[in-house]
Every structure is written in structure tokens, then in C-alpha cells.
Design a protein around this ligand. Structure first.
Ligand code: HEM
Length: 537
């Protein structure tokens, strides 16, 4: 279109006529001036002071001095890879998302795996949640599935996220401990937040020390919506199932690897791809009717709950293959900007209060991390779909917009072209009906904090249970405050008596005698784990 011609860099096109492509490649400044000598600065006399006019020195040092950008406030350490996604069967019945229609079509992806707590240089194999973020470059724009390797989260409302992250990050006075859960502030917070109990069980389990990014599940965590061409919505939970299966290290291995090869997971991913042993993950969905929203013993908007696979089976609808390492870690893996708000027609949100808060947070943080509002122009972030709008200027603008108009509507031509009708896959938000009073509160339907933690504990094999108890001895055993250790055991008592006894034994506390169960009991007569029929695809 005319507009895409505008968006091409016409200055480069003009200059191309004059550009030379010499065979030899010489060292140059950023202005293209060839440099014959780069080992000594320009001085007044052999032993004299360096001169201000040494433009080569000044440019080289200036650039070096500014090589660092802030690391991500969470998920700072990560490893990325490119690949593609292919759906098995058209998902037309449930969603109009273009990348879920044609089994013959490959949609390019970029994935970034990460730890959450540690800084950019921390060890890979620490006990932590892992991020599993996928950018789909679809024909209808970018869709980011920004998930973790656990299906639940610590907190129910995004307003608690700064508190949670402050508690698990290194402590503010000493900047210790680095990337470890074994510290007082983390357990202090968890012990005061009964809603975190389910997630702490995952954190103490072998799931928190994956053997490889290739052998790790991923979860979208929140309930999302699929919307089809007719405007009908279904609820959906997203899963990634690694074709190699889910495998973990044991704690002794994880600790040794953190010392012997802190890059263990990063290296494993890189080398597998280099060798052509491409990691593969099937995309799974749990789909259910909007009319089923209130049929469960938990709230589907509560991100501390799973929908048990026995209740709604996971249907595998496609496969992602990672087949190319990035060329440059900084340009691609560090500068990639994921955002749960990057959705495409056919995918929509729910009112999960954690998701709603995330929809604000990611763009906000990227504004500073990536130096201004133009980070969508960085190659790894650029959609494949054409971009036309009236956004202009700002730090680091690359696009050379032409013409006089940058407003809509206009009658002078140029600027923003016409609006896309819905039939051209224009994004229209799902018209969910909402009403209510403004109120700072939480629904009682979120307040059963323990049933699913119990379910998780009971789903583990005896060796897995033993690992979890040993992990609790290691992590909680290092918390100096007896009060915190006791409060934690008090919470685990509401999960399972035997679990609480076994943990208490190893950390020098007793189960508290005065230990009322926080929250509410699950409602009776609703769906928990009994079998129920799957919706056919
Ligand atoms: C980064 C997942 C909750 C704020 C990330 C990343 C992942 C992730 C995978 C790393 C993205 C990358 O590789 O670049 C999740 C999941 C959550 C969750 C699954 C809960 C279900 C939250 C909440 C907030 C938040 C509640 C804030 C209200 C952030 C921020 C970053 C981040 C600020 C850094 C982004 C950047 O600098 O580019 N999250 N997160 N997250 N998350 Fe979350």
C-alpha cells in the first residue's frame, strides 16, 4: 500500500544509489570513517595527555559507557530461541485467531525462558519459577503468551505484586541472598499470605528445578477467552507440553550445577538447537463454556487455582518447534518485549485481577527498560503484519514518516489510512457485560486457600513428596525467625497434617496449637476433580 511505502526508509533508498559495497571491510567509526590505528589514544607528545579532539577515542568510550540497560525488574535472566508454530486442526469453532486455522501454515515465534528472582548473571539451576514467554508473529499482529512453568501464581491481585517481588528479591540492606528462596523475607511474606500456599508447594517441588528448558511445561495461568467469527466466546486455559516430557533435576544436582556450570539450562537449549535436536512443545487448551463459569468449586478468575485436567482435559491443538538460536543475545533476547496485552482477534481477556494488573505493568516497565515509546521498532519486537498509525516521534524513532498529516480524520491524504472493518480482522473487544459498585475488595469465591494445595500434595509420588519435604527443610530451615517457620507449618497443617508434621520435624518447630484456618471452605456440590466430558474440537 501507499502507507507501507511511506514506512520504508526512503532516505536509505535514496542513499542506496550512492552506497559503495567494497570487498574489504575496515574498522570504522560510527560515521563510516576508516580507522587505521585503534590501540593508542591521540596524545600531545609520547607521554603527554590525551587530546579532546580524539573523536575516535571519545566515540568508542561513549558507546561503551552506555552499553548497559536496566535488567528486567523480574525475569532478568533468560535465554531465547526462534522457531515456528503449526496448528493440527482448524480451531474455527472456538476462535478466529488466524494462526489457529490452517494446519499448513507455519507461524514464526520467538521464545524466552527465564528465572524470576536472580539478576542477569545469576545461576540457572536455582530453585525458582521459570518464565516461558512466546511471541507469535501472526498475520493479524503479535500475540504474546507470557506464561510460567507453574500453572498457578503466588497472589490473586496484581496490587500485591510489588510486595511479593520485594519479598523474594535479595534483601534491601545486604542485597542477599541472590536467586534463592531460602530467605527470611520471602517466607515471612508467604507465611502471612495464605493465598500463596498452593504456589509455595510447587516452589518446593521438583518442578522448581527443571532438568532442561526443553523438558519443561508452560502455562498461561489465567483464564483467557477464545472468540470465534460469530462473536461467541469460550473460556480457555493455555498449556505447553514438552514433547520430551517434563523432567527435573534433584536438589543435589541443581546445587552442583549452579557451581560447575551456572549456564546449565541456557547451554542445554543453545547446544540442542545447534545440533539440530530441536525442542518441541505441544500447545494444549482447556476449553469450557461461558455458562460453566460458576460450576467449579473455585473461581476461574483466581490465578492461584488450576482447572484439574480430570475436570477439563487438556486437548493438544498444535506444536511449536524451536530451530534457531539468536544471532545476538542483547539485540534479541535482552531487547524482546513481551506483554500479555499483545492479543490478536480471536483471543481476549477475563477479569482475573492479576491479569488485569499485568495488562498495565509490562508496557509501563518497557518504557524505561527499552528507552522510550518506540521499542516496537526493535527488530525482534516488530510485527510481521504491516503497521500504520499516527504515532510519531519520541526517543529512538526509526521510522521516517512522510507527509503533513498525523491525525485522524483528515482530508489531506497521507497519515493514518482508513479504519479496518471487523471483517478485515479488526480487533473488537468481547462485549462482556459488567456492572457493579466501585469497591476495593476480594470475592469470597477466591478464599479457599488450601484445597488445591492438598490436591497437589496428594498427586505427588512418595519420592516426590520426600523431595518436597527435604526442600522445605533446606529452605525454611535457614529462616532465623522461629515465628515465621511456625506460621508456615501452621499453613501446611491446613494442607495436610502429615506434610506439616514432616516439615516441622526438620525445622525445629511444632504445629501451632492455636491455628484457625484462614479463608473459607470450598462450596459443596461443585466440580472439583470428578470426570466430566471434554468439549470436542
Ligand atoms: C516479566 C510471567 C505476573 C510484571 C515476566 C516474564 C514472564 C512473566 C514470563 C518474562 C518475559 C520475558 O521473557 O521477557 C508472569 C506470569 C505471571 C506474572 C505467568 C502471573 C500469572 C506478573 C504481575 C506483574 C508482572 C502480576 C505486575 C503487576 C512483570 C514485569 C516484567 C515481567 C514488570 C518485566 C518485563 C520486561 O521488563 O520486559 N513475567 N508474570 N508479572 N512481569 Fe510477569
Amino acid at each position: 500500500s501507499d502507507q507501507s511505502k511511506y514506512n520504508e526508509n526512503r532516505k536509505d533508498q535514496n542513499l542506496e544509489t550512492f552506497r559503495e559495497h567494497p570487498e574489504e571491510q575496515y574498522l570504522t567509526t560510527n560515521q563510516g570513517v576508516r580507522i587505521p590505528h585503534t590501540d593508542d589514544s591521540l596524545k600531545a607528545g609520547e607521554r603527554g595527555p590525551t587530546l579532546m579532539e580524539d573523536f575516535h577515542f571519545r566515540e568508542k568510550i561513549m558507546h561503551f559507557d552506555h552499553e548497559r540497560i536496566p535488567e528486567r525488574v523480574v525475569h532478568a535472566r533468560g535465554a531465547g530461541a526462534y522457531g515456528y508454530f503449526q496448528v493440527y486442526e482448524p480451531m474455527t469453532k472456538y476462535t478466529k485467531a488466524s494462526f489457529l486455522q490452517d494446519p499448513g501454515e507455519q507461524t514464526p515465534v520467538f521464545v524466552r525462558f527465564s528465572t524470576v528472582v536472580g539478576s542477569r548473571g545469576s545461576a540457572d539451576t536455582v530453585r525458582d519459577v521459570r518464565g516461558f514467554a512466546t511471541k507469535f508473529y501472526t498475520k493479524d499482529g503479535v500475540f504474546d503468551l507470557v506464561g510460567n512453568n507453574f500453572p498457578v501464581f503466588f497472589i490473586q491481585d496484581a496490587i500485591k505484586f510489588p510486595d511479593m517481588v520485594h519479598a523474594v528479591k535479595p534483601e534491601p540492606d545486604s542485597e542477599m541472598p541472590q536467586a534463592a528462596t531460602a530467605h527470611a523475607t520471602a517466607w515471612d511474606f508467604f507465611s502471612l499470605m495464605p493465598e500463596a500456599t498452593h504456589m509455595t508447594m510447587w516452589l518446593l517441588s521438583d518442578r522448581a528445578i527443571p532438568r532442561s528448558f526443553r523438558m519443561m511445561e508452560g502455562f498461561g495461568v489465567h483464564t483467557f477467552r477464545f472468540v470465534n467469527e460469530q462473536g461467541k466466546a469460550h473460556f480457555v486455559k493455555f498449556h505447553w507440553k514438552p514433547v520430551l516430557g517434563a523432567h527435573s533435576l534433584v536438589w543435589d544436582e541443581a546445587q552442583k550445577m549452579a557451581g560447575q556450570d551456572p549456564d546449565w539450562l541456557r547451554r542445554d537449549l543453545w547446544e540442542a538447537i545447534e545440533m539440530g535436536d530441536y525442542p518441541e512443545y505441544e500447545l494444549g487448551v482447556q476449553i469450557f463454556e461461558e455458562s460453566e463459569e460458576f460450576s467449579f468449586a473455585f473461581d476461574v478468575l483466581d490465578p492461584t487455582k488450576i482447572i484439574p485436567e480430570e475436570v477439563i482435559p487438556v486437548q493438544r491443538i498444535g506444536k511449536m518447534t524451536l530451530n534457531r538460536n539468536p544471532e545476538n543475545f542483547f539485540a534479541e533476547t535482552e531487547q524482546v518485549a513481551f506483554h500479555p496485552g499483545h492479543v490478536v482477534p480471536g483471543i481476549d481477556f477475563t477479569n482475573d485481577p492479576l491479569l488485569q494488573g499485568r495488562l498495565f505493568s509490562y508496557l509501563d516497565t518497557q518504557l524505561i527498560r527499552l528507552g522510550g515509546p518506540n521499542f516496537a521498532e526493535i527488530p525482534v519486537n516488530r510485527p510481521l503484519a504491516p503497521v500504520h498509525n499516527n504515532q510519531r516521534d519520541g526517543y529512538m524513532r526509526q521510522t521516517i514518516n512522510t507527509g503533513k498529516t498525523s491525525y485522524f480524520p483528515n482530508s489531506l491524504g497521507g497519515g493514518c489510512p482508513m479504519l479496518a472493518p471487523e471483517s478485515a480482522h479488526g480487533y473488537v473487544h468481547y462485549a462482556e457485560k459488567v456492572e457493579g459498585q466501585k469497591i476495593r475488595s476480594r470475592s469470597e469465591s477466591f478464599m479457599d486457600y488450601f484445597s488445591q494445595a492438598t490436591l497437589f500434595w496428594k498427586s505427588l509420588t512418595p519420592p516426590e513428596q520426600e523431595h518436597l519435604v527435604e526442600a522445605a527443610h533446606f529452605e525454611l530451615g535457614k529462616v532465623p525467625s522461629k515465628e515465621i517457620r511456625e506460621r508456615m507449618v501452621g499453613l501446611y497443617e491446613h494442607v495436610d497434617h502429615e506434610l506439616a508434621v514432616r516439615i516441622a520435624e526438620g525445622i525445629g518447630v511444632n504445629i501451632p496449637t492455636n491455628n484457625p484456618r484462614p479463608g473459607v471452605q470450598p462450596p459443596s456440590g461443585k466440580r472439583t476433580v470428578e470426570q466430566s466430558p471434554a468439549l470436542s474440537l
